[in-house]
Write a new protein. Structure first.
Length: 109
């Protein structure tokens, strides 16, 4: 049975179990027994799902649109060995530069 969020006018929000076919029906508030409609405060969670899977789903949902961050700090030994990547620019003896991997019309832009 999934857990849904409800909002009681007097007591505030609460979470309760409801059958899948009764997801839109209001239920009685556990404190004051007033009828409380269902509200969408969080995505429904299935109670039959084990805790580690539920946490994994919540983490994936939270980070789905977030930028990816490295857990390593600047100058990390595994990510940056201190060596810079070789330049793709060719320097000629007369001081001219050429960019063999770039498009010719992009030179000096």
């Amino acid at each position: 049975m999934p857990l849904y969020d409800y909002l009681c006018e007097t007591c505030g929000p609460f979470t309760a179990f409801a059958k899948l076919d009764q997801y839109a029906d209001p239920i009685a508030c556990p404190d004051c027994t007033a009828t409380a409609p269902r509200v969408m405060m969080n995505a429904p969670r299935l109670a039959i799902m084990n805790g580690s899977t539920r946490v994994a789903h919540a983490t994936n949902e939270r980070s789905a649109d977030s930028p990816k961050r490295s857990s390593h700090g600047p100058g990390c030994a595994c990510c940056s060995s201190g060596k810079s990547r070789p330049s793709k620019t060719l320097h000629h003896a007369d001081g001219a530069k050429s960019f063999p991997t770039k498009r010719p019309w992009m030179i000096s832009h």
